[in-house]
Design a protein around this ligand. Structure first.
Ligand code: MG
Length: 258
């Protein structure tokens, strides 16, 4: 069931989204060669906790997972697409890309967003991957107009990915968000124009293109959480929480891009 949000609820969702945004803005200055993904987690969790919020992913256990997610953020490097578990042993190197997904629970509501950061100087193909994936998120947001459909969003994302010779993740999708981290509807990064649920005022969505430079297959890593590209190609992930309004989409996680 899709839960439409009232103006009062949106005030609270803006607060949760602001904490998510502040964390992503802060991490931009922390990501550099020699820093571990556990260090990113410590910075993020400290910020979330001091803001009065809770790290939404910690202990999260969807039905498909064998164990709760142990991290406060997801940190996924290079071929890792999403759901990477932060680790002291995972030290970022010059030329890596790291996708950080931040979820915050504050005053009864969730905010959810992600950014893929370059670590130092990255190669042209990784630069292109980040550019294309971020552009996909912009297109998804621009398409999120009242009266359009979920299929319109997916179509916009998929078309841009394929036009650039990359692949789009099909096994994981964007989603409604609000009182729960994952609400209806699902928002796939592929679709047909005019198909699916019609967007209406008060719908709050986490739009999150996941794009890879290679083929579209992904698989689960040995820790039972991290999703990796099957062919070892690179992946990127950009995400924002938005609300559909009469005047167009409003971004509830307005972090400044990389
Ligand atoms: Mg999400």
């Amino acid at each position: 069931m899709i839960r439409f949000k009232t103006e009062e609820e949106l005030l609270l969702m803006r607060d949760a989204g602001k904490v998510v945004s502040d964390v992503l803005d802060a991490l931009r200055d922390v990501v550099r060669p020699g820093v571990s993904t556990a260090e990113l987690e410590r910075v993020a969790e400290k910020h979330i906790t001091s803001s009065g919020g809770k790290a939404a992913f910690k202990g999260y256990r969807p039905s498909y997972a064998e164990r709760p997610f142990p991290g406060a953020i997801c940190a996924s490097v290079n071929r890792e697409v999403v759901h990477g578990i932060p680790s002291d042993g995972r030290v970022l190197e010059e030329g890596d890309i790291v996708s950080v997904d931040v979820g915050v629970f504050l005053k009864g509501y969730y905010g959810d967003a992600a950014c893929t950061y370059p670590v130092g100087n990255i190669c042209p193909n990784r630069r292109k991957l980040l550019d294309v994936t971020e552009k996909c998120l912009e297109l998804a947001i621009a398409t999120s107009m009242k009266g359009n459909t979920i299929g319109d969003i997916g179509h916009a994302v998929e078309s841009h990915v394929l036009a650039n010779g990359f692949g789009v993740v099909r096994d994981y999708t964007g989603h409604g968000v609000g009182k729960k981290l994952h609400e209806a509807p699902q928002v796939p990064n592929f679709g047909k124009r005019g198909k699916g649920v019609t967007l209406q005022r008060g719908m709050t969505l986490a739009l999150e293109p996941m794009v890879m430079t290679g083929k579209e297959d992904v698989m689960l890593g040995s820790d039972g959480w991290v999703v990796i590209t099957a062919d070892g190609s690179d992946a990127a992930h950009f995400e924002r929480t938005i609300v559909i309004t009469d005047g167009g989409p409003e971004i509830l996680t307005p972090w400044v891009s990389r």
